[in-house]
Design a protein. Structure first.
Lengths: 585, 192
């Protein structure tokens, strides 16, 4: 049977076909759909699928699963591996019992990420194999092979995609799900307890394992040689392979599917057959540097290809042929359309207020990062998951050392708070910090499309679960001032901020309004009374796409698109002329 | 056949990705190799969204390049213009005339181009326009715009109508099958 699957859906299918049993993940674009697919499409399969509180926990749960004897996988985006790096670097030593795969999706071009790190470094760093597919069929087949490699070599396997492989759909031939052999849980002190005396021996094992993996790399079907003209020979991986095939269909290609360690002999033989050797890899020159270190000449690599951003078939053609491709230019002067908060979003009232009060805002990762864009421009740092609170604490302390008394604001969402914001808050409370922490609890992991977390009271498969109370948690860690806020009530919100700025010590403000997108909140649209509207533009400061300034001859007025407006009344509260009518009370 | 290239452009939330999925599934039903690409996450929050579908005997790259598209399906006028340079000389454009403000317009930083219809007309040879949004509302739900666009696009696609209808019935939520079948028919008839 054939189906059209995205790379991520194919990985989920591959997991089922490989007889995988346990998945633990944290959502993050472009990796999320692997776990979502397993939790929904394969809901009835006897697999355990969970959203973990963060990537470190996810990997540790998967490690436990593998040790227990079932094939296990942890899924995350590239920056998530930084969070999971601690267990990763040591599970590389312990090895596995049943197979263990860490699936990571990189984001060249940063469609939805704060950096474009190349996760292949982690395979080299941890001394484990890295497997990379170039389309959905391979995503499914290679995942099965990754589990086999994991068990054969007693190693975790890094399974890496990029946005274009994860989110592009292509035709996949489906096979029957298999039932993998379950292994027995064993107590093996020397293998699983990484005390120095044991770890010293395991490190030797890791180095020997790498030698065996290098031999394996020479013969594995994951690395494929396509014979063509001997004028140019390409070495490419993942989506770059597809660009090469399209730009130079006649050329010879060595396609790497096992991208760490590299097959030295195979590459040497390939290089000797072609007149010009070209390495096409998005992001960092990991192949190129390694191939050069083997003493092989690389004619074209990062000397012409960029390290930043994603590639395309035109880019490959231009860099290799040296010929400029004349492309039709885009229409100039069009209005831009950057992403924005949804109409009705609970973050809008918060950022309208923060923008007005001109506080310094330490931000975090989520939809609310959009509060940094105009018209709000009310976010002044955003580093990584959970950094808002700890950075605000550091900023307050740093200012205090300079003799400046200024309380910064931290803004963080519910899922991000539970991911790694809570540790920052514990630190702030413990070390007598002084900042206002706003937790925008919209009862979902919003930016990635609405996943469950410990605060929603439902599991990944939608079953009822223990519901964590953020408010109680904050009290428990010793926060003295914890207040609920309603971000749809601007006057009250402003009053609360002013009060909290006057107090000493940490304050926690919690908003408990549901995500309008996830929970399909639909309130009646508001309307502008043209007679009363003075076109003062105060309402436009709330940054809502439902509003637009219209001109009819000499008259200017604001119009509300009834198909977009969600009736949240934030714009209405900004209007000094009562020109915006309607609204449920 | 050589590869048939489609660009589908619109605003996050309009359902561009579902139209893209239906075209891809229909292409598979008709025995083609097919690749489709899209972007999730940050780009979807009311921002500009584009999806590519390519089908033919064998397809490698999932993205359509500038000057390569046989068909551009535009859900919104400015978004249609934004990707019109992807069209080849002989390509067709079909777009929904209902205008959506962008955040830059809503905050008064930019103006929506009044002459957007002219811009589109001057940028391509074969332009077809209609109010897809009005048709979706007529079918019973503004959210059925993506299926209206699918119906209208049938004029340029080498697919059997009934096969596509079957794909739609399988793809959309069971509760809204009737609205979507109606949306498809109305869209289909609007281009006849």
């Amino acid at each position: 049977m054939k189906a059209i699957l995205s790379g991520n859906e194919a990985i989920a299918r591959g997991f089922i076909e490989a007889g995988g049993r346990l998945v633990s993940s944290y959502p993050g674009t472009p990796s999320t759909e692997v776990t979502e697919t397993l939790a929904t499409e394969y809901k009835e399969s006897k697999i355990h699928v969970e959203w973990a509180t963060n990537e470190k926990v996810a990997l540790e749960v998967a490690i436990g699963g593998a040790i227990s004897g079932v094939r296990s996988m942890a899924c995350m985006k590239h920056v998530g591996v930084n969070v999971a790096a601690d267990p990763l670097l040591t599970v590389a030593y312990t090895g596995v019992n049943a197979g263990l795969v860490l699936f990571v999706a990189d984001d060249p071009g940063m469609f939805s990420s704060q950096n474009e790190q190349d996760s292949r470094h982690y395979a080299r760093f941890a001394k484990i194999p890295c497997v990379e597919p170039s389309d959905s069929q391979e995503a499914k087949e290679f995942l099965k092979l990754a589990f086999e490699i994991s068990e054969q070599f007693d190693t975790p396997v890094l399974f890496r995609t990029t946005t274009r492989v994860s989110h592009c759909k292509s035709v996949v031939s489906l096979s029957e799900p298999s039932i993998s052999e379950v292994k027995e849980l064993v107590k093996d002190f020397a293998k699983y307890v990484m005390l120095p005396s044991n770890a010293q021996k395991r490190h030797v094992f890791v180095e020997e394992r790498m030698q065996r993996l290098k031999e394996f790399a020479e013969e594995t079907s994951l690395n494929l040689e396509i014979e063509g003209s001997n004028e140019i020979g390409f070495i490419a991986n993942g989506i770059s392979f597809q660009y090469v095939r399209e730009a130079f269909p006649e050329a010879s290609v060595l396609k790497l599917g096992l991208t760490w360690p590299l097959p030295e002999n195979k590459i040497k033989a390939f290089a000797s057959k072609v007149k010009k050797l070209i390495v096409v890899e998005e992001l960092d020159p990991i192949f190129e540097d390694t191939i050069k270190a083997m003493g092989i000449r690389v004619d074209v690599g990062k000397n012409l290809f960029p390290v930043c951003g994603e590639y395309s078939k035109h880019l490959v053609y231009e860099k290799v042929s040296g010929k400029k491709v004349e492309l039709k230019a885009p229409v100039a002067g069009l209005t831009r359309r950057p992403p924005t908060l949804c109409p009705g979003c609970s973050h809008r009232g918060l950022f309208t207020t923060l923008s007005k009060l001109k506080y310094f805002v330490s931000g975090d990762i989520g939809c609310y990062t959009l509060g940094g864009l105009p018209p709000f421009s009310a976010m002044h740092t955003c580093i990584c998951m959970g950094a808002s609170i700890s950075a605000a604490h550091g900023i307050a302390k740093g200012l205090e050392l300079q003799g400046i008394k200024q309380k910064p604001i931290a803004v963080i969402g519910d899922s991000t708070f539970l991911h790694s914001g809570i540790t920052g808050l514990i630190d702030m409370v413990y070390n007598s910090g002084d900042a206002v922490v706003v937790i925008m609890n919209n009862d979902t992991t919003g930016m990635t499309g609405g996943q469950e977390h410990p605060g929603t009271g439902r599991t990944a498969k939608g079953k009822e679960a223990i519901k964590l109370s953020i408010e109680k948690l904050c009290h428990t860690i010793g926060a003295k001032r914890v207040r609920n806020i309603d971000t749809y009530n601007l006057k009250e919100l402003e009053k609360i901020f002013k009060e909290e700025m006057e107090t000493e010590g940490p304050s926690v403000l919690i908003s408990n309004q549901p995500c309008v997108l996830r929970y399909r909140v639909a309130k009646k649209a508001l309307k502008v009374n043209k007679e009363k509207c003075t076109a003062c533009k105060m309402c436009l400061k709330v940054g809502c796409v439902a509003l637009s300034l219209m001109e009819e001859g000499e008259t200017k007025f604001v119009q509300i698109d009834p198909l977009l407006c969600n009736g949240c009344t934030v714009c209405q509260q900004q209007c000094k002329f009562d020109a915006i009518e309607g609204g449920e009370v | 056949m050589s590869v048939f290239n489609i660009v589908i452009a619109g605003v996050g939330g309009q359902g561009v990705l579902l139209t893209s999925k239906i075209i891809a599934e229909s292409a598979l039903q008709h025995g083609y190799d097919v690749k489709q690409s899209e972007v999730h996450g940050m780009a979807q929050r009311g921002g500009s969204v584009v999806s590519f579908v390519r089908f033919g005997e064998k397809v490698y790259a999932p993205m359509v390049s500038e000057g390569e598209a046989d068909l551009l399906i535009g859900f919104e006028p400015v978004e249609t213009a934004r990707y019109i340079h992807f069209l080849k000389e002989t390509g067709n454009v079909i777009y929904n005339t209902y205008r959506m403000s962008s955040i830059t317009v809503s905050i008064g930083a930019e103006k929506y181009p009044e002459n957007i219809g002219e811009i589109i007309k001057n940028s391509a040879k074969n332009v077809y326009q209609f109010s897809g949004t009005s048709i979706a509302i007529e079918a019973g739900d503004k959210r059925a715009l993506n299926i209206v666009m699918m119906g209208a696009a049938m004029k340029f696609l080498p697919f059997e109508k009934n096969d596509v209808l079957e794909v739609i019935k399988k793809t959309v939520n069971k509760k809204v099958v009737d609205v979507n079948v109606k949306a498809f028919e109305l869209g289909f008839n609007s281009m006849r």
